[in-house]
Design a protein around this ligand. Sequence first.
Ligand code: G6P
Ligand code: MG
Length: 218
Amino acid sequence: DIRGFIFDLDGVLTDTAEYHYLGWQRLADEEGIPFDREANEALRGVSRRESLMRIIGDRPYSEAQIQEMMERKNRYYIELIEHITPKDLLPGAIALLDELRQAGIKIGIGSASKNAHTVIERLGLADKVDAIADGYSVQTPKPAPDLFIFATHQLGLEPKQCVVVEDAAAGVEAALAGGMWTIGLGPIERVGAAHVVLPSLAGVTWTDLRTKLNEAAR
Ligand code: G6P
Ligand code: MG
């Protein structure tokens, strides 16, 4: 029986994926490194450090320069998320959260971001969630299952009692590795490994999801 839902934040409940992109793009431009929206697609759900490593490739930066660039990108990102309001919730997010809560299902957030608490506050979600696992919670990033496992513990549930909602390939992989039910949002090429794939949360209800997950279980 499903007792908990764990939502990824960036790209699932809100489109901060766009702000991460803008932050990386500004940094890459300053460094004269080729980067674009398409290259950024591969960074969805990828940790800050790993994202930077993929952007710089084999360019010979020192550890100090890497640290500075991570901090610089984060400053740009923090500037961008300052303006977030509940209007930045993606379509369908609040309706689903409210329906789940009414059904007695626990709700957690499992985000690799160290800025997750700020974003959750600004979105007005702080009172709607029972647990938050963020970029400070575990050492090993997605695709390792650690972050989602941490969230299941916070909820007091077993992985198999939980559904993870993710927009990133690394996140789907993490949830499957952790033994959770997995809903992928986005194109099949990105999230096709999930038990259920949907374009977004728009119009999605718990009643529908339960049916789809039961079908996937057979
Ligand atoms: C999420 C986002 C990634 C981001 C990561 C770290 O997983 O999808 O794009 O790189 O969090 O976020 P942070 O705010 O700590 O740099
Ligand atoms: Mg995401």
